[in-house]
Ligand binder design. Structure first.
Ligand SMILES: [Zn+2]
Length: 198
C-alpha cells in the first residue's frame, strides 16, 4: 500500500479544514472497531477516490476527504501489525484473505449498481427538482436548500456547488445513516439484491 501524505488543498476554507481534521480523528476512532480485512477493503475504496482526477466527482475536496480517511486507516493498520508482531501470532489466514476479497468486490459492485438518488429516498432525505437525469438537495456538509447537484445513476454522482463536497453511494449511506463502512455496504447491497459475505 503506498504511503499517503496529508495535503490540504489551498482553497479549502478554515471551516472545511476543521471538518477535515475532524474526519481524520473520527475515522481513526471508527477504524478501531473493524477487522484487518475490513480496513483493507475500506482503504482500497478510499484509495480510488484519493487519486481520481475527475473535477466533478470526487473533486478536490472529495479527494482530500478520501486521503484523510485513508491515512487514518493506515495508521490503524500499522498499529495492528505492530501488535500482531509483538504477540508473535502467526496471523495470516486464507479465510481472512477471502473475506477481504469478498468485501472489496461487494463494495465495488454496490458503487456501480446503486443509484445515489435511491439512497436519498431510502433514507427519507428531501430532494428537490427531481427529474429523469438530475435532482437537487441540501448539502450534507454545508446545508443550503438545493445546492447539492445529484446526477442520476447508477452509479450516479453528486457534488455541492457551494463547498465542493462530493461522495459516492457508500459515503452517502455512511453519512445519512450514521453507519460504518460495512453496515453501509450491507445496506446498499440489500437495495440491489447483492449477496453479503459472511
Ligand atoms: Zn456544500
Amino acid at each position: 500500500m503506498p504511503e499517503v501524505v496529508s495535503h490540504t488543498p489551498e482553497n479549502l476554507t478554515s471551516h472545511q479544514a476543521d471538518v477535515s481534521a475532524a474526519i481524520y480523528d473520527d475515522a481513526l476512532i471508527d477504524a478501531r472497531g473493524y477487522s484487518v480485512d475490513a480496513l483493507q477493503s475500506m482503504a482500497e475504496v478510499f484509495a480510488i477516490d484519493a487519486v481520481d482526477s475527475d473535477p466533478a466527482w470526487p473533486g478536490e475536496t472529495g479527494r482530500f476527504l478520501a486521503r484523510e480517511r485513508l491515512r487514518a486507516i493506515q495508521t490503524e493498520l500499522n498499529r495492528r501489525e505492530l501488535v500482531a508482531r509483538l504477540s508473535a501470532g502467526t496471523g495470516t489466514s486464507t479465510t481472512r484473505d477471502q473475506r477481504h476479497a469478498a468485501w472489496t468486490k461487494l463494495a465495488a459492485a454496490v458503487r456501480d449498481r446503486v443509484d445515489v438518488v435511491e439512497v436519498f429516498v431510502a433514507n427519507g432525505y428531501p430532494l428537490h427538482d427531481t427529474g429523469k437525469t438530475e435532482a437537487h438537495a441540501a448539502c450534507l456538509l454545508c446545508g443550503g436548500d438545493d445546492r447539492l447537484v445529484i446526477r442520476r445513476g447508477p452509479p450516479g454522482r453528486m457534488w455541492c456547488r457551494q463547498c465542493q463536497w462530493s461522495g459516492d453511494a457508500i459515503t452517502l449511506a455512511m453519512s445519512l445513516g450514521q453507519l460504518g463502512f460495512r453496515d453501509a455496504v450491507t445496506h446498499l447491497a440489500g437495495m440491489v439484491g447483492a449477496e453479503v459475505p459472511r
